[in-house]
Design a protein around this ligand. Structure first.
Ligand SMILES: [Zn+2]
Ligand SMILES: [Zn+2]
Length: 101
């Protein structure tokens, strides 16, 4: 139910954004998620991901038992603890295996 409402909202927002390059919602990650790929919206999304990574990294460093240690998500956020480093090198060698085959 909520998903359908959200999709309809995104559709309306995207139509409004496409119709109006000066729309007040450009430059927000909600607009990026609604489908707008203008420069302002892409920058907003990049900033949001960076912010998410920074907060995740802080949480990881504060909690050695954080459930995301040992995942490439944590490694991407900047955690370089042994499990996270292993997760990333496992992912990279898995990629190499695929390319070889
Ligand atoms: Zn936009
Ligand atoms: Zn870690």
């Amino acid at each position: 139910m909520t998903t359908g409402k959200r999709a309809a909202y995104n559709e309306r927002l995207m139509a409004a954004l496409a119709a109006d390059p000066a729309h007040a919602m450009h430059g927000r990650s909600v607009s990026y998620r609604a489908g707008c790929r203008c420069r302002a919206c892409r920058l907003a999304q990049v900033a949001r991901v960076r912010d998410y990574d920074a907060r995740l990294l802080a949480a990881l460093q504060a909690d050695p038992d954080h459930r995301l240690h040992g995942t490439s998500t944590a490694h991407h956020a900047g955690c370089r603890c042994p499990p996270c480093s292993r997760a990333d090198s496992a992912r990279q060698s898995a990629g190499r295996e695929r390319r070889k085959g």
